[in-house]
Design a protein around this ligand. Structure first.
Ligand code: ZN
Length: 65
């Protein structure tokens, strides 16, 4: 399970340090800070390992070597 602490999934800053956006993914609630929200939008593969299932989508048309 994830810790009950509210912290950015990317940089681990807590809501005590920075405002955090809540997001729902696969029935779980996660938090991300404004600094890293664009990564979620534009480069979600950079969140591989942070969010389960991201970065290894089986439906991506291109395969990397
Ligand atoms: Zn962050």
């Amino acid at each position: 399970m994830i810790a009950s602490e509210t912290q950015c999934i990317y940089c681990k800053k807590s809501s005590q340090q920075i405002p955090l956006f809540a997001l729902q993914y696969q029935g779980q609630e996660y938090w991300i800070c404004p600094e890293h929200l664009p990564i979620l939008i534009h480069k979600p593969e950079q969140l591989a390992g942070k969010l389960p299932g991201i970065g290894n989508s089986e439906t991506s048309g291109s395969s990397h070597p």
